[in-house]
Design a protein around this ligand. Structure first.
Ligand SMILES: Nc1nc2c(ncn2[C@@H]2O[C@H](COP(=O)(O)OP(=O)(O)OP(=O)(O)O)[C@@H](O)[C@H]2O)c(=O)[nH]1
Ligand SMILES: [Mg+2]
Length: 289
């Protein structure tokens, strides 16, 4: 009898959710950054082993929203959390003990039947810092990851697998184009710029060799556009190169990535622009997956 379960990776921003997803899947699927609020929408990674298929939903960090993009991020996190079989609450080991997961959420959120707590970044603390009997993992050393996956596999219900056994992810390649462009923006830009940055795929042709992709990069102000382009186009070129290499790694194919920069004032506060950029209004869509 097979088992299938969705596991929601939930916690505050920057606790190591995406790094753990990548460690579990064994591929650098989700973008990771030392800057908080890197993940803006859930990234799904699969792990299929023996009789069990686990679908991990790496969620945006749970925070008190300050502007509309942040509320949409939290809405998407809550939606996937409520649909999961298991909530995996992640909290840095250096900040043990963790508060209850419910304390990070607005009132009224329905948590899944099972919640597990795991302490992250265990490589940064002495073993004694971790409360006895608790799961502790490190995405850097791999410590505790196999034990965690075993505990999750035991917690999910019997059921049909939802994805092919060999698949690592579920989202279209277009999603990863914007994800890796954003990853580069988080790596190469400072201050407010990574947060004012968004990307949209305009064209994606897989029949050509190399694969041809054209994307528009958005920022909110002219001054940001100048920085994003950089002297002699150096910065935008580096961003494109970073994203291209990541996509080539994911697809195992050569990629030609063309980028254009546009100013889209206040897109983070605009309901319509957010929806267009892939951060939908939760009230305007069905709750089925
Ligand atoms: N030493 C160490 N650093 C880690 C570990 N896991 C994550 N980090 C670092 O912590 C930072 C945040 O990691 P992410 O995986 O992006 O965290 P996140 O929870 O997904 O963050 P948001 O998407 O912003 O909510 C990055 O600089 C990671 O390299 C770990 O196990 N050990
Ligand atoms: Mg993340």
């Amino acid at each position: 009898m097979t088992r299938f379960g969705r596991v929601a990776l939930a916690g505050r921003p920057n606790v190591g959710k995406s790094s753990l997803l990548n460690a579990i899947v064994g591929e650098p699927l989700a973008m990771v950054s030392p800057k908080a609020q890197a993940t803006r929408m859930p990234v799904v990674g699969l792990r299929t082993e023996g009789e069990v298929q686990l679908a991990f939903h790496d969620l945006p960090g749970l925070l008190d929203p300050g502007y509309l993009l942040q509320s949409r991020m939290v809405d998407m996190a809550i939606r996937d959390l409520e649909a999961a079989d298991v909530a995996l609450h992640l909290h840095p080991a250096a900040e043990a003990p963790a508060p209850p997961l419910a304390s990070l959420l607005p009132a009224g959120v329905r948590l899944p039947p099972t919640t597990l707590l795991a302490y992250t970044k265990a490589d940064l603390v002495e073993a004694g810092r971790i409360p006895p009997g608790q799961l502790a993992v490190s995405a850097v050393t791999g410590q505790g990851v196999a034990e965690l996956v075993a505990a999750l596999a035991a917690a999910v219900p019997e059921g049909e697998w939802q994805y092919p056994a060999d698949d690592l992810g579920t989202q279209p390649l277009r999603f990863f184009v914007t994800e890796y462009l954003r990853e580069a923006a988080f790596e190469l830009l400072e201050d407010e710029l990574p947060y004012a940055f968004a990307a949209e795929v305009e064209e994606f042709r897989e029949t050509t060799d190399p694969v041809y992709i054209r994307a528009t990069l958005y920022v909110e102000r002219d001054s940001q556009k100048r920085i994003l382009i950089g002297g002699q186009g150096r910065t935008i070129k580096a961003i494109g190169q970073h994203a291209r290499k990541r996509l080539e790694g994911l697809m195992g194919r050569r990629v030609y990535l063309e980028t254009w920069v546009k100013v889209l004032p206040k897109w983070r506060q605009s309901s319509d622009l957010l929806s267009r950029l892939g951060y939908p209004d939760p009230s305007s869509r069905s709750s089925s997956r």
